[in-house]
Design a protein around this ligand. Structure first.
Ligand code: NAD
Length: 494
């Protein structure tokens, strides 16, 4: 339960300017000056953060390199690392509401979801990997007599983690949890429009006893500090969540520098396929609406393409439009809000451009597309666009906003063709009562995750990652350790 009295107190609380975290201490802006942190709730300036320079980025990478090379973290017993990480998770939980409200004021996500999906989920993630760290170990290979083949698992070194703005703590923790548990050191670069909570949890990590230099944070622009981290020879592994355009740059940066490994979690244009035999259409309506419109559509796995079998298309769209009208849009700090603010004015404009383009092509805009202008903030009502052609930009490109593209289909074969008809392959949904069809669709849809008779649910125990241009790697689950642990063979003649 949210403590609403405290929430109201925090709503207007002054926010301390953010700082870089380098070598275990806050470091204020250097020559680069600061960036204003604009709140999407009302367009006002919340605070400032350092506009990191190339020198700042070099300093954090060098700090993480020193901290890795002298073994101050990787050289500890796994159980000792575990104890620090568990304390960190506890501190995050103890500060959950403060972190959640700060995050909402920074990025606009509705508090009901942010509270669970941000600090609480970050704490759970760190705890999950902390608990695993003294339970994973190497192998003895079944070699010929007279030889011994040992397979060691060693921390991979310095990790550069570059993360987006939609769920900074959750996605940040998906990288930080396994990287730190594995014994790596980390340079973290938060997104320009959602840095505050990540800086704050890095301070809590120091309070929990994480040695200086093991987790460094540098704030600022991707094209400056992110670019420098990606090109740094001090960084061994780059883990990234964000857009495909940036992902491409990171691969180029690796090729142009030290061939660091690059793990990408990118965007999606995920199909949510409703067959006429869906077991419960009303449930499908409700869950599908949530699957696209929560966090104002700013979710990588959002079910942004709704494909409905023609015989139920009109009924389904009518019920969906009715349901969407009941969703409360607006103040993200009101626990009753279902869709909060869009993260930035730029993102809001992009969302509206997609809708206008669809309108221009003669597609039908069913409700929504309205902006709440009197707030000063960036709000957009959930928007449903029907009659979308697979060739439309709205059917192919990620909006990352509350805009749902709807198309009708006839039969399973066309459903598969439409579902696979984009460059992306992150997530998908299927609604059917036919078990055989569900399994056929799971196999034929190219996506990292396929939901059946639900959409968007998940758990830490299962991996999340994409295929095609949605990425080349996975976060979550024990598989995430593979990114942060190198295999080393010791070959011994006995
Ligand atoms: P983005 O690529 O613009 O930015 C992501 C991060 O990269 C930010 O920290 C940014 O500062 C940094 N960056 C930007 N340019 C850079 C450069 N030249 N070099 C190094 N770093 C740079 O993406 P965004 O707008 O913050 O996030 C939205 C995107 O993230 C969407 O495409 C969304 O689908 C995707 N996303 C994917 C997942 C997933 O798990 N697959 C999760 C959430 C978001």
């Amino acid at each position: 339960m949210l403590d609403t009295d405290r929430l109201e107190l925090l709503r207007h609380a002054p926010v301390t300017p953010a700082a870089h975290i380098i070598d275990g201490a806050r470091r204020d802006a250097s020559d680069g000056g600061t960036l204003d942190v604009i709140s999407p709730l009302d367009g006002t300036t919340l605070t400032t953060m350092p506009k990191g320079t190339v020198e700042d980025a070099r300093a954090v990478c060098a700090s993480a390199r020193r901290a890795f090379d002298d073994g101050r973290w990787s050289g500890l017993a796994p159980a000792a690392r575990k104890s620090v990480l568990l304390k960190w998770a506890r501190l995050i939980e103890e500060n959950a509401l403060d972190l959640a409200v700060l995050g909402v004021r920074d990025n606009g996500t509705e508090i009901g979801m942010a509270y669970k999906a941000e600090p609480l989920s970050a704490a759970a993630t760190i705890r999950y990997y902390a608990e695993a760290v003294d339970k994973i170990f190497g192998e003895i290979a079944p070699t010929a007599p007279g030889t011994l083949g040992l397979v060691h698992r060693e921390p991979a070194g310095v990790v550069g983690a570059i993360v987006p703005w939609n769920f900074p703590l959750m996605i940040g923790a998906w990288k930080l949890g396994p990287a730190l548990a594995a014994g790596c050191t980390v340079v973290l670069k938060p997104a320009e429009t959602a840095s505050l909570t990540l800086v704050r949890i890095a301070e809590l990590a120091l309070e929990a006893g994480l040695p200086a230099g093991v987790l460094n944070v540098v704030t600022g622009e991707g094209a400056v500090v992110g670019h420098e981290i990606a090109h740094s020879h001090d960084v061994d592994v780059l883990v990234f969540t964000g857009s495909g355009a940036t992902g491409r740059r990171l691969l180029e940066a690796s090729a142009a520098s030290n061939l660091k490994r690059v793990h990408l979690e990118l965007g999606g244009k995920s199909p949510n396929v409703v067959f006429a035999d869906a077991p419960d259409l009303d449930e499908a309506v409700k869950v599908s609406a949530n699957g696209i419109f929560r966090n104002s559509g700013q979710v990588c796995v959002a079910g942004s393409r709704l494909l409905v079998e023609r015989s139920v298309h009109d009924t389904f769209v009518a019920r969906l439009a009715e349901h969407v009208r009941s969703m409360k849009v607006g103040d993200p700090l009101d626990p009753a809000t279902a869709a909060g603010a869009v993260n930035s004015l730029r993102q809001l404009q992009q969302n509206l451009d997609f809708v206008e383009e669809a309108r221009g092509l003669g597609r039908q805009v069913v409700g929504g597309a309205r902006v709440l202008e009197d707030t000063g903030g960036y709000y957009m009502e959930p928007t449903i666009v029907t009659g979308v052609d697979p060739a439309d930009r709205l059917a192919r490109e990620e909006v990352f906003g509350p805009v749902l593209a709807v198309s009708a289909f006839d039969g399973e074969a066309e459903a598969v063709e439409l579902a696979n008809g984009t460059d992306y392959g992150l997530s998908a949904g299927i609604w059917t009562a036919d078990l055989g069809r569900a399994h056929r669709m799971i196999r034929r849809i190219r996506a990292g995750v396929v939901h059946v008779n639900t959409y968007g649910g998940s758990d830490l125990t299962v991996p999340l990652g994409g295929v095609k241009q949605s990425g080349n790697s996975h976060d979550k689950s024990l598989h995430a350790f593979d990114k942060y642990l190198d295999l080393k063979t010791a070959w011994i003649k006995l």
